[in-house]
Design a binder for this molecule. Structure first.
Ligand SMILES: Cc1ncc(COP(=O)(O)O)c(C=O)c1O
Length: 362
């Protein structure tokens, strides 16, 4: 069976991580040490930002950004097509969340209409690692309104738009390093920004709100990344470009061979991260039936991003979930994520292509 993806490390990387793990275990230095600093330097270079601050999850990265902006009682515009954490972290920071329509990309008319004086921040999510070609327009709207733009870059390690990297396009970026992501630390997250105040506040927040004199000055948490996690992450970041090239080559093969009347692939406006390869089924094709057929033939398709947008989630029923989100609903119903990971072989890609071609013809 070809799985949707695997996060398993190749043997040569396992050796590097184990050697680092041994050094960490012998040093007894488990948090806020040289591996965390090295990971932060690598992520700042990847995002093209002055600062990168490692924390214990992508959700925490978002919450620290929201808290630093002090959005208590203010509205944060969050796309309905995203992970639970994008909205939940804003609620945890005391903000009001208003959902806006979004599929792979933000629904521009709906977002513009919601950008009122009550809005304290706008979040965009680079779904699957695809950055919206409309981002420059959204940046201009936010600038005009004096509202910070936050990038939820959980899927977008190394993604670019016109050569500008994800995480460096807005006021701040929040990357996830969870087990399923392009680079993983097991659990982990990183904030990227050019703002020295956010850098300083994030370092306080992640360490129980403690300043350099050991005084608790803000209500932070135990939100540090572990040194073991950071060592795992830096091992992958050391050859990120090579791994992204591999992911992009697989995506090119899929789109080059499978594009047709039944399946279309989004046009690329920069480099994708290859967290997901997304394709859209032509209306009328039954996705569940196709998935079952493909599965019976030995290929498992991943769950979508996302098949149940936030406006359909019970926990968010008190938000503006009664609004209509037609862009999100259409995307949720029609998209597919094909198998993809950095160690995928050419033979496996061929098997996926042949299987899908046959199943779409039948
Ligand atoms: C778009 C998006 N935002 C935020 C998160 C939260 O990241 P984490 O799971 O590291 O808390 C995730 C992932 O899981 C995500 O996919």
């Amino acid at each position: 069976m070809i799985p949707p993806f695997t996060a398993a490390l190749p043997s040569e990387e396992i050796g590097v991580v184990l050697a680092a793990a041994e050094r960490i275990l012998r040093s007894g230095h488990f948090v806020l040490g040289p591996h965390t600093e090295a990971l932060e330097a690598a992520v700042a270079a990847m995002a093209g930002t002055r600062y990168a601050i490692a924390v214990n999850s992508g959700a925490t990265a978002l919450e620290i950004i929201y808290r630093t902006l002090d959005l208590r009682g203010r509205t944060v515009l969050v796309p309905t097509n995203t992970n639970y954490a994008t909205a939940a972290a804003a609620l945890a920071a005391g903000a009001r969340v208003e959902l806006y329509d979004a599929g792979l990309y933000p629904g521009m008319a709906d977002l513009e209409h919601r950008l009122t004086a009550e809005v304290g921040a706008v979040v965009v999510v680079h779904i699957g690692g695809y950055i919206s070609p409309d981002l420059p327009a959204i940046m201009a709207w936010c600038q005009r309104a004096g509202v910070p733009l936050i990038e939820d870059a959980a899927h977008a390690h190394g993604s670019t738009l016109a050569d500008r990297p994800a995480g460096g396009l807005g006021y701040a970026g929040a990357f996830s390093f969870f087990a399923t992501k392009v680079v993983t630390t097991g659990e982990g997250g990183v904030i990227t920004t050019d703002d020295p105040d956010l850098d300083a506040m994030a370092r306080l927040y992640r360490n129980q709100g403690k300043d350099n004199h050991g005084r608790h000055v803000v209500t932070g948490g135990s939100w540090r990344m572990t040194e073991l996690g950071a060592a795992l992450g830096t091992t992958q970041l050391d050859h990120l470009d090579r791994d992204l090239d591999r992911r992009r080559a697989v995506i090119d093969r899929y789109s080059g061979t499978l594009s047709g009347p039944a399946l279309t692939f989004p046009a690329l406006h920069g480099q994708v991260s290859g967290h997901k390869v997304i394709a859209l089924l032509t209306p009328g094709i039954d996705r569940k039936q196709l998935r079952d057929k493909v599965f019976a033939a030995g290929v498992e398709l991943a769950r979508g991003v996302y098949e149940q947008p936030l406006h359909t989630q019970p926990v968010f029923s008190a938000l503006n979930a009664a609004d209509r989100f037609s862009v999100a609903d259409d995307f949720a119903d029609r998209h597919l994520c094909l198998p993809l990971w950095r160690g995928m072989t050419d033979d496996m890609v061929t098997r996926v292509i042949d299987t899908l071609t046959t199943c779409l013809e039948r």
